[in-house]
Design a protein around this ligand. Structure first.
Ligand code: ANZ
Ligand code: ZN
Length: 881
């Protein structure tokens, strides 16, 4: 490491440690980033997903905030009224765990973390409006959430129903999914069971189709995220089919069982029916069948998480009942109860076709049931085709299927649907077409303390009653203890026991709190309001929403984003807001990864405890002993491969850290934090400082009039300068920060050689002097969103009174732009998928060749040749795949 981190430059030293806090103070004192709702300029709303206050932040957390900040600062310079807020996702389990482990109150733990993390974020020089800071655990925030809950209740969007939870039979408590480790309670080690509890649900399924359709309008979302949401919503088109019991075998009054299937075409391959253990008929049969009752009880073991249910062994119990095949009265099919059939999907009953469904095949092999293929793969021989260990779920022609023989799968589906619709079982048709969604209503009850109280009072006479609105917020009681398992709210008698608001009789408060995903489902609406008294302000929401650019991790691709999309719709249904889609643009950033280090005793070391010898070996600074270096991975506290922002700020300055986070790697990909990388950033930041100062030295003084004509050197520099302004603007708009950085690097070379020319002559000619000053000014503006502190210092040296943070983005002289390339949109089958930059004079053949190399195009073609490529020169390319 060099020690010339403070560069001598004439009489000016650039010392980040001194300069950076000074400008941060200037911004804060001037209220530069404070946003007003009545500002007449056009609005731009950029936000990053708010952090959970877990402790301290490391530089890995910083990347998405810095990206958002670059965009926010750029848009401000472009004349927008920018909203760039920050807050804390402050409820949740870790605070309660800290209370259990360390005896510190969750509130205290949370607010201490918030204070230190706020300081760290401020250190990064983020242009945030701290006046709008929120913490979801603050009553001033959650009071509105309780009002929203009551609104949902009034509009039938919140309701109560029985649902399963993870139950720890030793601690006698409900566990969150995270608290179930390998099927056991995290503290007691007891095998977890499933138990039914009455809980609150939000009716997200009412919006399933809308949430699905809305995805098509989100053009500035990654396709990957839209696909994940589509799959999660899981629309499927199928049929409900009635199977009649063989006369006399079923209990009195039970005539038929209804199944849901997406493959009615495979009906002739049915070899069993299976009921969910929770199916009413299964329960009825269990009443006088002890073995079945025991089997059903067995099915309740294990946690409620989806993985657990998916991966458990498939088990069945034969009920002794038989149904008649709906298309062949001669055939009967046995009825099982099976653990893999869920009660809350379809009808809670299925027919099994082992030849064409893997789960059914595993089940059939286990219970020795027939496996009859009914779809013949293309090219297979009907005489010999048989199913081995793998079910066949592909296309083909129907066989072994009576009237459907020879049909394609879609045709057979249609034919069998028509047939079944015609038959009757009692008064119902035998089959009815039915659309199902995989999406379930959202269970929001959590049996925890550190969450938003559900504003309900349970009365024996009146049932659940909403807390009157003038009594909100229902705040959490303070004097609670965490020394016993279970929810402290259940034991807080003074808080819990209240009079019924309706009849006045003794009643109990709801002791469940809300899922923390509720807190984050509307915080972006809260930011819009600048009035604490009106946390959800319809007019403010109408002004600011949708969020123009949302930035966050791909881990929130499904739940958080889907819940937020549901919330805006539900609030709209309640008349509270007028927006359906909350986030017009979404960007999912990559993570910062870092090597990790272990000493000889196998202990993890922090990067600052390690140094590299000249020969590349890593050693411990303390005692020179060798260190094992492990490959880069996500920064995490447990492996100590974290870099604290204050350490970087102290050594290199925050601007270096920001510059490095934006360089090299495309922002959607993971980026590695390295010592050499940060040093490179440091050198470049210093270079920008020198360039601007030399431009001041050799350039014209501020306000000098523009000369009439320019010689080659000056013209060249001006072209490069204006080109830089224009291309970086485009790069930032598209969030291609690494490309913006590369463009600044390129420009620095041109700028450097122009300065060298100036240095050589005794008197710098007027045209070059003008161009140098212009370049210094414009470069300062261009880097201001990325390295704002250094830019402010340069701006001051250039002689400006105001802040560059408040300056306008430089105006480009179009005549100086070297328009030697054009950007063409690329469509695939009529839908825009990408852009391509080609030389202006490129021939259609050259353009076609370049387009076919695009990843987006290759992905669709999958190695095939396109049917056609239509090139409209200067306009558009369309690939017909
Ligand atoms: C017969 C069949 C034959 C099926 C075949 C599939 C393949 P999606 O696409 O997710 O809607 N199913 C229906 N209800 C179920 C439940 N409650 N629990 C577990 N499985 C259930 O899946 C629909 C398919 O999942 C249905 O179509 C049914 O099995 C099963 F070759 O019916 B199928
Ligand atoms: Zn009452």
């Amino acid at each position: 490491m060099t020690d010339d981190r403070t560069v001598e430059q004439g009489s000016d030293r650039y010392n980040a440690r001194e300069v950076e806090p000074r400008w941060q103070k200037a911004w804060a004192e001037k209220g530069t980033f404070r946003t007003r709702n009545d500002d007449p300029r056009p609005k731009f709303y950029v936000m990053e997903m708010f952090p959970y206050p877990s402790g301290r932040i490391h530089i890995g957390h910083g990347r998405n905030y810095v990206m958002g900040d670059v965009l926010a600062r750029y848009k401000r310079m472009k004349g927008f009224n920018v909203l760039h807020p920050m807050g804390w996702d402050a409820f949740g389990l870790p605070a309660e765990n800290a209370a259990i482990e360390r005896g510190i109150h969750p509130r205290e733990w949370t607010y201490e973390n918030i204070a230190s993390m706020r300081e760290q974020l401020q250190l990064l020089g983020l242009s945030l409006d701290w006046n709008r800071e929120i913490a979801t655990c603050d009553p001033s925030y959650y009071v509105e959430q309780q009002r929203i809950f009551l609104d949902f209740l009034d509009h039938g969007l919140a309701y109560r129903k029985e649902s399963e939870v993870n139950w720890d039979p030793v601690d006698n408590t409900v566990l969150a999914n995270e608290q179930v480790i390998d099927g056991r309670g995290w503290r007691s080690g007891a095998l977890v069971e499933r138990r039914k509890l009455s809980q609150w649900f939000l009716r997200i399924t009412d919006f399933a189709q809308e949430l699905l359709d809305g995805l098509d309008t989100l053009e500035r979302w990654p396709e990957k995220v839209r696909l994940m949401q589509r799959n999660w919503i899981g629309r499927s088109e199928g049929m409900e089919v009635l199977f009649e019991f063989v006369r006399g075998c079923a209990p009195e009054g039970v005539g038929a069982v209804k199944v849901y299937t997406t493959r009615p075409d495979t009906l002739f391959g049915a070899s069993f029916l299976a009921l969910s253990p929770d199916h009413p008929l299964a329960r009825q049969l269990a009443q006088d069948n002890e073995e079945l009752a025991a089997f059903i009880a067995e099915c309740k073991k294990g946690g409620t998480s989806a993985e657990e249910i998916e991966t458990q062994e498939k088990l069945g119990f034969y009920t002794g009942l038989k149904v008649v095949h709906p298309l062949d009265a001669e055939r009967t099919v046995p009825v099982y109860v099976a653990n893999f059939v869920l009660m809350d999907y379809g009808t809670g009953a299925i027919f099994g076709c082992p030849a064409h469904d893997q789960r059914d095949l595993d089940f059939a092999r286990k219970y020795k049931l027939p496996v009859v293929p009914v779809v013949l793969p293309p090219d297979a021989d009907p005489e010999t085709f048989a199913i081995g260990d793998e079910a066949y779920d592909g296309d083909g022609a129907l066989f072994n299927s009576g009237f459907m023989d020879g049909m394609s799968v879609p045709d057979a589906k249609e034919a069998v649907a028509r047939q079944l619709e015609r038959f009757r079982v009692g008064r119902e048709p035998q089959g009815t077409r039915k659309v199902n969604f995989r999406l379930r209503d959202w269970g929001v009850s959590r049996q925890r303390y550190w969450g938003c109280p559900i504003p309900i009072i349970h009365c024996e006479s009146c049932g659940p009653v909403g807390v009157p609105r003038d009594q909100l917020p229902v705040t959490l009681p303070e004097d609670v203890t965490f020394d016993r398992p279970g929810n402290p709210l259940d034991r807080a008698a003074a808080w819990r026991d209240v009079a019924c608001p309706k009849c006045g009789k003794p009643a109990r408060r709801e002791t469940d709190t809300m899922d923390t995903f509720v807190d984050s489902s509307w915080y972006y609406l809260r930011y819009a309001s600048d009035n604490v008294e009106k946390p959800l302000d319809k007019a403010a929401v109408a002004h600011w929403l949708p969020v123009d650019q949302y930035i966050g991790g791909i881990e929130h691709a499904i739940l958080h984003l889907l819940y937020s999309r549901f919330f805006t719709r539900a609030l709209k249904a309640c008349g509270r807001v007028d927006v359906a889609e909350p986030f017009a643009g979404l960007f999912t950033q990559g993570m910062i990864v870092h090597e990790s280090y272990k000493d000889q005793d196998g202990r993890w070391l922090f990067p600052e405890e390690v140094k590299r010898e000249a020969d590349g070996r890593a050693v411990k600074i303390a005692d020179g002993t060798p260190v094992t270096v492990l490959p880069p991975e996500k920064m995490s506290k447990s492996k100590r491969n974290v870099v604290a922002p204050e350490v970087v700020a102290d050594t290199y300055g925050v601007d270096c850290a920001r510059w490095f986070m934006l360089s090299d790697t495309p922002p959607e990909r993971d980026s590695e934090w390295t010592q050499s990388g940060i040093e490179g950033a440091w050198r470049f930041v210093q270079r920008v400082w020198r360039l601007v100062n030399e431009a001041i030295e050799y350039g014209a003084s501020a306000g000098t009039a523009k000369p009439e004509a320019f010689g080659d050197v000056a013209l060249n520099l001006r072209r490069a300068t204006h080109g830089l302004v224009s291309t970086v603007a485009e790069d930032v708009e598209r969030l291609r920060f690494n490309v913006a950085v590369a463009h600044v690097h390129e420009f620095a070379n041109v700028f450097g050689s122009a300065i060298a020319q100036a240095r050589k002559v005794d008197t710098v000619p007027a045209d070059l002097a003008f161009a140098l000053r212009e370049a210094g000014e414009m470069l300062t503006c261009v880097v201001a969103p990325m390295i704002p502190h250094l830019a402010e210092e340069c701006w001051k040296h250039l002689g400006h009174e105001g802040l560059v943070a408040e300056a306008g983005w430089p105006v480009v002289e179009d005549a100086l732009l070297q328009n030697d390339s054009v950007t063409l949109p690329v469509q695939i089958n009529g839908k825009k998928r990408d852009d391509i930059v080609v030389p202006r004079e490129a021939t259609p053949a050259e353009i076609e060749a370049a387009v076919l190399k695009l990843e987006a195009v290759q992905r669709v073609l999958e190695g095939r040749a396109p049917k056609r490529v239509i090139v409209v020169p200067q306009r558009i390319v369309n690939v017909v795949a």
